[in-house]
Design a protein around this ligand. Structure first.
Ligand code: ARG
Length: 268
């Protein structure tokens, strides 16, 4: 009898140990986790689901095979490699991206998102990993030379972006001359078809448009009054677990030169 009960307690101990081991391997499932993709796949690494608006070449866009690619994607993959987690990208779109982070549908968002004080009230951000600024796209020969020149001009931009905020400051919140499009390509379309006299967006993407469309009669207006903007990865407020993981990866790719290799410049 004694022997039997010892076997049983040994079996029980083994079972408890296995449970403990597996429990740890799957990544923490505490109440803090957003749940989006907080699971591990075959390699035992934690997998995070990353939301994006893949309409913003060269930062995040769809290639011809339907894959989500771009500079931001490469950066997140490098961060994940250094910090030891796996990623799965989801093309969510710009406006739905914000609630998706809030409700845990995704663990974080990468989308050329500028860290702003206003957004920091609702979301947490990683350390900055990229610098950009707003520029103006106009048809060649336009008399628009600065942001102030946009005061009474029909101007298109992507809705709820920092460019949108800037135009509201210049024209007034309720201006009817602001054309807020769902995506940046659609905002540029408004300029090309004559609905708008200017389009405003991040230099990262507007430069790429010019590069890819040398035959379109448009040019960029740079205005030094445009403030530097810092891109960050956006996380649900209070999810310090993911923020720390991302910052750990960002620190490492800043230190080992990988970030500069991807973007071509240093971010202080
Ligand atoms: N940097 C700007 C902002 O944060 C625009 C970002 C737009 N990104 C995108 N993938 N559509 O408001």
């Amino acid at each position: 009898m004694k022997k039997v009960s010892r076997i049983w307690s040994l079996a029980f101990l083994l079972l408890a140990l296995t449970a403990l081991l597996f429990g740890c391997g799957g990544g923490s499932k505490g109440s803090e986790s957003t749940g989006g993709g907080d699971s591990s796949d075959g390699d035992g690494k934690k997998k995070l689901v990353v939301g994006t608006d893949a309409t913003y070449a060269p930062m995040e866009y769809m290639d011809n095979n339907g894959n989500i690619v771009g500079i931001d994607i490469d950066i997140v993959e490098a961060i994940a490699e250094e910090a030891g987690f796996d990623v799965e990208f989801k093309n969510i779109g710009w406006e739905p991206l914000f609630p998706a982070v809030e409700n845990g549908e995704v663990d974080f968002a990468v989308s050329s998102i500028t860290i702003t004080e206003e957004r920091q009230e609702t979301y947490d951000f990683s350390e900055p990993y990229y610098i950009a600024n707003q520029v103006i796209l106009v048809k060649k020969g336009s008399d628009i030379k600065s942001f102030q020149d946009l005061k009474d001009k029909k101007t298109s931009l992507q809705i709820n972006t920092t460019g949108h905020t800037m135009l509201k400051e210049i024209q007034g919140k309720t201006s009817s001359k602001i054309i807020a499009s769902e995506t940046m390509p659609l905002a540029i379309e408004e300029l090309l078809n004559g609905n708008a006299e200017a389009a405003v967006g991040d230099n990262s993407t507007v430069n790429e448009y010019i590069k890819n469309n040398p035959n379109v009669e448009v040019e960029i207006v740079e205005d030094d009054s445009a403030e530097k903007e810092y891109y960050g990865l956006m996380v649900k407020k209070g999810n310090s677990e993911v923020v720390n993981l991302l910052n750990d990866g960002i620190k490492k790719i800043k230190e080992n030169g990988k970030l500069k290799e991807i973007t071509g410049f240093d971010v202080e």
